[in-house]
Design a protein around this ligand. Structure first.
Ligand SMILES: [Zn+2]
Ligand SMILES: [Zn+2]
Length: 349
């Protein structure tokens, strides 16, 4: 007999997740159901956890987040997937019909505008089962493990950002930030032929993995009042490309301290406040190029899976914690702790 109830990590209030037994979601036309195998904890989940609510204007029954997940097809619905196949879902709930979607820029879909994602506006992968649009499902090759699949989402963000940049062989690259996106960008940039790769960070909490993996050639203290002089000296006149992977005025200022005249700053970090201070004249007088980067295209999502499958980058190396669904609340507390050396947590329901 099919299971009718399932465990889910329900967001019940600010900084509060409760493991509840809730009905297994039903499959409707255009949708399919999976048994979730793994789900990565994302920085944007932390924002919703702190707020105690998702991004949907309408209340959702037993709202549970999770958008970095994979699983095994349990009920393929009206799709051509087979029960038992391993799949992951792209969180982007793009419409497929607007001018951006038709131009292959689904990350800029008029119906998404940076918010319309699985696990943000509808239930996600912090549960035993998930029902989602077949349009968003992708088969997983055997060479992509469940844990690795939990990192497809941050890797796609890093991959799109590197492709959006003007990076060329031998360029010098600075990454501002020390989180998972920053470190994956570093890994990809090194593969793409950067001759010198540095990180600007404000503490050591998350740098353990980066130092162990060894892609970064240098680390700068973002709080050092002499950081501009040190960055310019180490890079012999500034970095060709700088990636902003924090989302704050201070980290954007660090990017401007590091970039060379005529260089590029690629901005990936999402700011909590709608505006940040910005040295406009400096950007103008140094002809800095500012490039925004969000999510990735539909084509790049499939390519991100392939990058892992082909062994271009070993994303499992970046995982610091694998925890059961029962410890989801603890996972969030650990992720925001100022002392825990957490880089990436993957939940196994
Ligand atoms: Zn994410
Ligand atoms: Zn669209």
């Amino acid at each position: 007999m099919k299971q009718t109830m399932m465990k889910a990590g329900v967001l019940t209030g600010p900084r509060q997740i409760e493991i509840k037994r809730i009905p297994v979601p039903a499959v409707t036309p255009g949708m399919m159901r999976i048994r979730v195998s793994a789900c990565g904890v994302c920085g944007s989940d932390i924002h919703m956890w702190k707020a105690g609510k998702g991004w949907s204007p309408n209340p959702i029954d037993n709202f549970h987040m999770g958008h970095e997940f994979c699983g095994v097809v349990d009920d393929p619905g009206d799709s051509d997937f087979q029960a038992g196949e391993r799949v992951t879902f792209w969180a982007n709930l793009y419409c497929g019909a607007c001018d951006m979607c038709r131009a292959g820029k689904e990350q800029l879909c008029r119906a998404v505008h940076g918010a319309n994602y699985i696990g943000f506006v509808c239930n996600g992968g912090y549960a035993e089962y998930f029902v989602g649009k077949t349009q968003n499902a992708y088969r997983l090759p055997d060479s992509v493990s469940d844990i690795a699949a939990g990192l497809i989402d941050p890797l796609m963000v890093a991959y799109h950002a590197v492709r959006r940049s003007s990076l060329k062989l031998h360029d010098k690259v600075l990454v501002v930030g020390s989180g998972i996106i920053a470190q994956l960008i570093g890994g990809l940039v090194k593969k793409a032929g950067a001759s010198y790769l540095a990180m600007s960070k404000i503490d050591e909490r998350q740098t353990g993995k980066a130092r162990e993996i060894g892609d970064f050639d240098a680390y700068f203290d973002g709080n050092d009042p002499d950081r501009a002089a040190k960055m310019q000296a180490a890079s012999e006149g500034g970095f060709d490309v700088v990636f902003e992977a924090v989302g704050a005025g201070e980290s954007l200022a660090a990017c401007m301290d590091g970039v060379k005249p005529g260089g590029e700053i690629v901005m990936i970090g999402n700011s909590i406040t709608p505006t940040v201070p910005f040295d406009l004249n400096r950007a103008v007088l140094h002809e800095m190029r500012l490039t925004g980067s969000v999510s990735c295209t539909k084509k790049e999502f499939a390519e991100t899976i392939d990058l892992i499958a082909k062994g271009v980058i070993d994303v499992e190396k970046y995982v610091t914690d694998v925890l059961p669904l029962d410890q989801l609340q603890y996972a969030f507390e650990k992720q925001v702790s100022p002392t825990e050396p957490v880089l990436k947590i993957v939940i196994k329901p």
